[in-house]
Design a protein around this ligand. Structure first.
Ligand code: ZN
Length: 684
């Protein structure tokens, strides 16, 4: 089963900070000014940090689209319980108990133990359960079971999730091993295929069945000759009833029924304000699928959805990704509501429309240029609401549907979520990272002012033009460079971007305000390639990952070649090393020279030259610099995983009709979680 979606999740943080590629965002001068006052990071605990994203352009949407976003957003939050329940069968009971304590505890809230309790509770909210969202290991409270019992007993005016006939003491006894014993349901998803994957996984897609029984069950119902098969088991739970293996299927009257009814309620409202017929059909088909649980309808829905490319607003809502199932069969529930990022799309359209000019004017040998070149247009969206498996830990790109035959016969949609990466980027500016590794105040200011925007243009040039530029000589294939193909190809696309971002054409086309923005991109690129990306590498290791090799290759090559003219220098201040660019114009010339050479290597399939470049500049690490980098980075004490709070949409009513929808950005993570727990909790 292939993983199709760019679920970079937690790693997004690390990636975004240090790569220029993959940073995407919209930044108008006004938005930039506002961005400086907006608090991006609102909470930090354990290895997690909570950020916020902005939804630029929401206020500019026509009323009907605002309404549509609002309804779909409600549908997105209504499935929250499903994800908790899927992750582990006792998660809902635990979450409701924790919520009740946070609301009702009358004892001392200045006690350090209370702080530990809150950290645990926030972690459970973040992970949609008691297992770490990334490692899938169960995390154990730092407070004792006795303290927990005190908290339960000293909470007043709140309702605990007591089963029929259960007392508070029973609940405490029941939860003790579940929460505090490391051996009980220790792992959400077992990867150890020498043991029964289902029995050893705490995830709640199966109950009372073995891996063998599940495999036999699905084998017995699958039609191997079907060329357009449904995704068997996608929306169900497998259990044993009266000694027989059966599926419980999710639908309005089946598994997760009460939550799905609410989702359908909001989807019906959304269908009523659909932008066009195609979109209305998409929503109605999804409702049909939720009503029946019929996976053929889910396929029909996916085909309609892939073909809906005209609508401004789009969304995902359903059982989509199968990462949480050790068998890779069952999908966890998720939702993302979004709309087209018109500013970013206009940007990539402009670049794409001028593709031929860029090709004709590049420093590459004319023999290796394409006579006719076409830029691709990047599809960029703005997330408006996140739910289920996408909240708070969020993907930065979406590539769906997952069914191979639908992708092949009907295509797929692939988008990057720019306001999410923008938020990651902005928050990293505040995190101390920028300050620690900037040599001068001027450099830091330039990064703050232009960094995100210049990073976007760099990414656009890399993706829209870079990879598609140039041509191979007749008889040369893409495989000629073998294991060096990827780093060479990435550096080629990057160099195309680096060469052009400092060109007057950027200002002429209105893509950059001035060439100081390009300087910010050069600062970031060189600093990352020479130094800061090393923090992702273990002490004593070399660079292995292709993108990182490509970046090191570019940075070290221009550093070495520019030495006689001191184009780039390593300066020491207060005992720390800094990268300083002394001559941006000469640096651009060097990028052009290397682009020329790398295009030659690619076009001619010159394996030896590719190997020499990569091995000389892209693999080895200066051990001393590496150590310093790791030390300085660890002192910044940054939380490795990030997630997001959602905005709040409030309809403005007049005479029983919605006349506007207002967007607000709350900054209290605890309040949002408690509100969701109260207003969107529908399962038992
Ligand atoms: Zn690339």
């Amino acid at each position: 089963m292939t993983i199709k979606r760019t679920l970079i999740l937690a790693l997004a943080f690390i990636l975004v900070v240090l790569t220029v590629v993959c940073q995407k965002s919209q930044t108008e001068p006004e938005a930039e000014a506002a961005a400086q006052e907006f608090k991006w990071q609102v909470d930090k605990f354990a290895d997690l940090r909570i950020l916020r994203y902005q939804v630029p352009e929401f206020d500019e949407l026509p009323l009907a689209q605002k309404e549509l976003v609002y309804y779909l957003s409600e549908a997105a939050v209504c499935g929250r319980d499903i994800m908790f329940d899927q992750n582990y069968k006792h998660n809902l009971t635990i979450r409701r108990t924790l919520d009740a304590i946070v609301e009702g505890y009358k004892g001392d809230r200045t006690d350090p133990l209370w702080e530990q309790f809150m950290v645990y509770t926030k972690r459970v909210w973040f992970a949609n359960g008691i297992h770490h969202h990334y490692s899938t290991d169960k995390f154990i409270p730092e407070f004792s079971a006795d303290y927990f019992a005190t908290l339960v007993k000293e909470s007043e005016g709140v309702k605990f999730p007591l089963a029929e006939g259960q007392t508070l003491d029973d609940l405490i006894v029941f939860l003790k091993p579940v929460m505090f014993d490391p051996a009980v349901d220790a792992k959400k998803i077992s990867q150890d295929s020498t043991k029964d994957l289902i029995v050893h996984s705490a995830v709640n897609f199966y109950e009372g069945v073995t891996q063998k029984e599940v495999e036999e069950y699905y084998k017995s119902i699958q039609d191997e000759d079907d060329l357009t098969p449904i995704w068997y088991g996608l929306n169900s739970r497998v259990v044993k009833k009266n000694g027989k293996v059966v599926e419980e299927v999710a639908s309005v009257n089946g598994l997760y029924g009460p939550a799905i009814q609410k989702i359908v309620y909001w989807l019906e409202k959304a269908a009523g304000v659909a932008e066009n017929d195609q979109q209305r059909q998409v929503i109605e088909k999804l409702i049909e699928y939720y009503e029946t649980g019929d996976l053929e309808k889910f396929d029909e829905y996916n085909i309609l959805w892939v073909n809906d490319t005209e609508s401004m607003v789009d969304f995902i809502n359903g059982f989509i990704e199968v990462y949480q199932d050790p068998m890779g069969m069952k999908a966890s529930w998720e939702s993302v509501v979004n709309f087209k990022d018109l500013i970013a799309t206009k940007r990539t359209d402009t670049i794409s429309a001028n593709a031929q000019w860029f090709e004709d004017n590049s420093p590459v040998d004319p023999r290796f240029k394409k006579e006719e070149v076409k830029g691709v247009t990047a599809k960029v969206i703005t997330a408006a609401m996140l739910g289920g498996d996408c909240y708070p830990s969020t993907p930065i790109g979406i590539n769906l549907p997952n069914a191979n035959w639908i992708r092949k016969n009907h295509g797929s949609k692939s988008v990057t979520i720019e306001n999410i990466t923008y938020a990651y980027n902005q928050s990293s500016m505040d995190s101390g990272f920028g300050k620690e590794f900037s040599y001068s105040e001027e450099e830091l200011e330039r990064a703050k002012k232009y960094g995100a925007h210049a990073g976007n243009i760099h990414t656009d040039l890399h993706e829209v033009l870079g990879h598609g530029s140039g041509q191979l000589l007749p008889g040369v294939t893409g495989e000629a460079l073998k294991n060096y193909h990827s780093p060479i190809e990435e550096s080629r696309a990057d160099l195309f971007a680096l060469y052009y971002i400092m060109d007057d054409k950027m200002v002429e086309l209105g893509l950059l305000p001035d060439l100081d923005a390009a300087k910010a991109d050069y600062d970031a690129t060189i600093k990352n390639g020479l130094m800061t990306q090393l923090r992702r590498i273990q002490p004593g290791k070399t660079i292995e990952q292709a993108h990182m090799r490509g970046r090191a290759l570019v940075a070290y090559w221009v550093y070495e070649k520019g030495k006689p003219e001191n184009v780039i220098s390593m300066e020491i201040k207060d005992g720390k090393k800094y990268v300083v660019i002394n001559d941006y114009v000469k640096l651009r010339k060097l990028f052009g020279e290397l682009l020329k050479e790398i295009q030659r290597i690619t076009s001619e399939g010159d394996y030896e030259a590719a190997r020499d470049l990569v091995e000389t500049y892209g693999v080895q690490i200066d051990q001393e610099l590496h150590k310093e980098m790791l030390d300085r980075y660890s002192k910044l004490n940054l939380a490795p995983y990030g997630g997001f709070m959602n905005p709040v949409y409030t309809p403005v009513m007049d005479d029983g009709k919605i006349v506007d929808v207002k967007i607000l950005y709350p900054d209290d993570y605890v309040k949002q979680m408690l509100r969701y727990g109260k207003d969107y909790s529908f399962l038992n």
